[in-house]
Design a protein around this ligand. Structure first.
Ligand code: SF4
Length: 227
């Protein structure tokens, strides 16, 4: 692809989002939660773990500790016993309890509503905070860039950033604010269905005519740390 102007790149990025919206008009997270506390815990637990695995442990987790107050007073080892089938369970159990303690001590038991406050919680980075703000409170303050969004943004030639965190900043500059909120879930679905990490289905891909990596998916993808 010839060198692309910023304006052309923006137009292409908007067109990618438009097509994603057509492909996945009702894209939703597969995580099961019923309030902001459950959501923040679910998203923390989901790092490097499937949503299905998280959904298997959370019914018992939230039966025993339904809110920040109850989880703040428990021993991380007890939480660990409940979540030990998911990856990094020891660190995640510690984060669940410590984050709950801060929610109680600093925020009156309510999950905070700003990026700055949320990212003070152990185990909560910008990705988790973006998801919680968007899904719990309808606040769109960024784009949650996970491993799928990062891979796609790279293949689409929308970022050359070395980390998902830096890639988010590139996407925020390219995409208009009204599109930020739908990127995460729609792109995750597309990344699972079509633009998979290994063997993406470039033949027949609905983005192929606007994707510089069509037929050569590793064109921009180097071995990068994604989480
Ligand atoms: S053309 Fe290939 S690399 Fe580009 S989005 Fe489609 S599957 Fe991914």
């Amino acid at each position: 692809m010839a060198r692309e102007s910023q304006r052309a790149k923006r137009e292409r990025a908007v067109e990618i989002c438009r097509r994603m919206g057509e492909l996945y008009p009702d894209a939703q997270s597969a995580l099961s939660f019923s309030n902001p506390f459950e959501l923040v815990i679910c998203v923390m637990l989901s790092a490097q773990t499937t949503d299905a695995a998280v959904n298997r442990v959370t019914p018992e987790l939230f039966r025993r500790w339904p809110d920040a107050q109850s989880m703040a007073g428990t021993d991380p080892d007890e939480v660990g016993e409940v979540i030990r089938t998911i990856g990094f369970w020891r660190a995640k159990a510690q984060h669940c309890v410590e984050a709950s303690q801060i929610i109680v001590s600093d925020f009156g038991g309510e999950v905070p509503r700003t990026m700055e406050e949320l990212t003070k919680l152990p185990g909560v980075g910008r990705k988790t905070a973006n998801i919680v703000l968007n899904k719990a409170y309808g606040v769109v303050d960024g784009i949650a860039v996970d491993t799928h969004v990062y891979r796609l943004a790279t293949r689409f030639g929308l970022t050359k950033a070395p980390t998902p965190l830096a890639a988010e900043q590139d996407l925020l500059k390219i995409l208009p604010h009204e599109l930020w909120g739908s990127v995460n879930e729609q792109w995750i679905h597309f990344g699972r269905d079509t633009c998979t990490a290994r063997a993406p289905k470039c033949a027949g891909c609905p983005m192929a005519d606007i994707c510089p990596s069509a037929g050569q998916p590793d064109r921009y993808t180097k071995q990068r740390k994604t989480k």
